[in-house]
Design a protein around this ligand. Structure first.
Ligand SMILES: Nc1ncnc2c1ncn2[C@@H]1O[C@H](COP(=O)(O)OP(=O)(O)OP(=O)(O)O)[C@@H](O)[C@H]1O
Ligand SMILES: [Mg+2]
Length: 246
């Protein structure tokens, strides 16, 4: 089982759009896949039209009052299951703090390790005990980066945070998101950041079809298979998959 989390300290960079699309693509490739929405905004759950089975499910899972297996729901897509988020996820930091362990998410996922090839975690932005738990659980932390000057700063902060927390900076991998090649700043920042060798070659441009996922309540390949947006996500996912499975 490979655990991939979509994370950035910054909000609104394409974490949810990417976790929803990569999970769909992994499942379409035939891998048994789970997407765990750990953001109280519940955006990944919204894209998959998934409501938690019980009120406060996120909180109950962390408190061991509901098993992770019981929280899993199927999606309309073959090989793809989801654990939807609910507003109780906003309290996860306090609940995790009780036990002072950074291995709680990893331990919870052990229950399903025979069942899934891939688990995607959609993270909320920011540093938190929840984020630390997700970093420790993940085999790869994928960070979408919009190529602007401020993002360079955020990227450096996240890398230092990984080093300070002893997470292992090797598991941090990045890709460019919402790219607009007409902007010199985007080209310049990409040229600078790729030197760090932590970025995938393929990137996701700024495309209105990706915004339409919210209208269709579906991953891009499910409703616009031949679109340029689907092609870009597919190319990037194939590159990531090769990197992860090598
Ligand atoms: N490549 C893209 N091109 C155009 N719009 C995009 C792209 N990626 C995401 N979006 C849109 O930008 C907004 C933010 O994207 P998304 O929700 O995936 O970001 P996020 O990092 O998960 O945000 P948050 O930090 O709030 O969880 C959404 O409205 C989404 O539809
Ligand atoms: Mg999000």
């Amino acid at each position: 089982m490979v655990i991939v989390s979509l994370y950035n300290l910054k909000g609104g960079v394409g974490k949810t759009a990417s976790s929803v699309n990569f999970a769909y693509m992994a499942a379409a490739d035939g891998y048994s896949t789970l997407i765990w929405d750990l953001d109280p905004q519940g955006a990944a759950s919204f894209y998959y039209n998934a409501q938690p089975k019980e009120k406060g499910a996120a909180k109950k899972i962390i408190e061991h009052n509901m098993s992770i297996e019981d929280a899993i729901m199927s999606t309309p897509y073959e090989n793809l299951d989801i654990i939807p988020a609910d507003i109780s996820a906003r309290k996860l930091d306090l609940l995790l703090d009780d036990k002072h362990s950074k291995k709680q998410i990893r331990n919870l996922l052990k229950a399903v390790q025979q069942q899934y090839d891939f688990v995607f975690i959609d993270c909320p932005p920011g540093f938190s005990l929840l984020a630390d738990n997700i970093f420790f659980a993940s085999d790869i932390v994928l960070m979408p980066v919009i190529p602007t000057t401020l993002s360079v700063r955020t990227y450096d902060i996240v890398k230092s945070y990984f080093e300070d927390k002893g997470v292992g900076v090797d598991k941090l991998m990045c890709f460019f998101s919402m790219v607009d090649m007409r902007k010199n700043m985007h080209k310049d920042v990409m040229g600078e950041l790729v030197k760090d060798k932590r970025f995938f070659e393929y990137y996701i441009p700024y495309l209105s079809d990706i915004e339409k996922m919210g209208i269709s309540h579906a991953p891009i390949e499910a409703f616009a298979r031949s679109s340029y947006a689907a092609t870009c996500y597919r190319a990037l996912w194939n590159e990531i998959k090769e990197g992860v499975l090598e």
